[in-house]
Design a protein around this ligand. Structure first.
Ligand code: BTN
Length: 259
């Protein structure tokens, strides 16, 4: 796997339940440092947002978690780092595979309406001071998956770099490129916001589209207008109200499907 020289460790595991859980436990035990990254060939319990699972076929994708330095920022400020991560994945896919993917607010990378990558950022808090103790950004990219590798129910909404580009890719090369970009985020957060915000806006695949905002059993329809200064999604709802959606617990869907 990775031979690149970095500030942190790159811990390679053949199989783990979840790289996020593994790195979180290391961090809680005081055995992980900022810039450390865990990457696995497969996960038996890969986790996604909103309690979903993340399929992690062996040797086919990138399943990695990265320990970001919270730098005394608030949990609200730090939650925006997921959007920075989405820009890093987009840039890595562009540079390594020549692929132009879009970003579906807030944390999915998409190509022609299908998901190629998901990001799950999790935080732990210090009991005594309530401050953010660790920020773990978990990234899953479908790289060399064929259609048949996805479970039946995901085939209409998932894709891979191989399916898009028509050839296999070197997983370590793409992972190395991405990890260096995550190192840059760790160095530059929050001062380089201008670049990440501009690139996020430019790549946002939902702007101008009719969307559904789903929270639990409730659903509201509207049109996505813009990304605000804090990476919130500005929506003109069909009831006439314009609001900015920032809630990490919502799902955004296209009017007729995934996006
Ligand atoms: C989502 O699509 O909702 C987010 C998916 C995040 C998956 C990655 S794979 C590496 C890391 N470990 C996990 O258990 N989840 C993240």
């Amino acid at each position: 796997m990775s031979e690149i020289k970095r500030k942190g460790r790159t811990i390679h595991l053949e199989c783990v339940d979840s790289t996020n859980t593994y790195l979180k436990n290391l961090s809680i035990a005081g055995e992980a440092d900022f810039y450390d990254c865990v990457i696995a060939d497969t996960q038996t319990g890969g986790r996604g947002r909103l309690g979903r699972s993340f399929a992690s076929n062996k040797g086919k994708g990138i399943y990695l978690s990265y320990l970001m330095n919270p730098k005394d920022a608030s949990a609200e400020e730090l939650s925006r780092i997921t959007a920075w991560g989405a820009v890093a994945v987009r840039d890595a896919l562009k540079e390594t595979c020549g692929l132009d993917v879009g970003i579906k607010w807030v944390n999915d990378l998409v190509y022609e309406g299908r998901k190629v990558c998901g990001i799950l950022t999790e935080m732990t808090f210090g009991l005594e001071n309530g401050k953010v103790h660790s920020v773990i950004m978990g990234i899953g990219i479908n790289v060399n998956h064929d259609e048949a590798d996805f479970p039946e129910e995901l085939r209409a909404v998932a894709t891979s770099v191989k399916i898009i580009g028509g050839r296999e890719w070197d997983i370590s090369e793409l992972a190395d490129n991405l990890i260096l970009r995550l190192d840059a985020i760790n160095d530059d957060f929050p001062k380089s916001k201008e670049y990440y915000l501009a690139e996020y806006r430019r790549s946002c695949a939902v702007i101008g589209k009719k969307i559904r905002i789903i929270k639990g059993d409730a659903e509201r329809c509207g049109t996505a207008l813009d990304i605000d200064e804090n990476f919130g999604l500005v929506v003109a709802f069909d009831d006439g109200k314009t609001e900015t959606v920032t809630d990490g617990d919502v799902s955004v869907r296209g009017f007729y499907g995934y996006i």
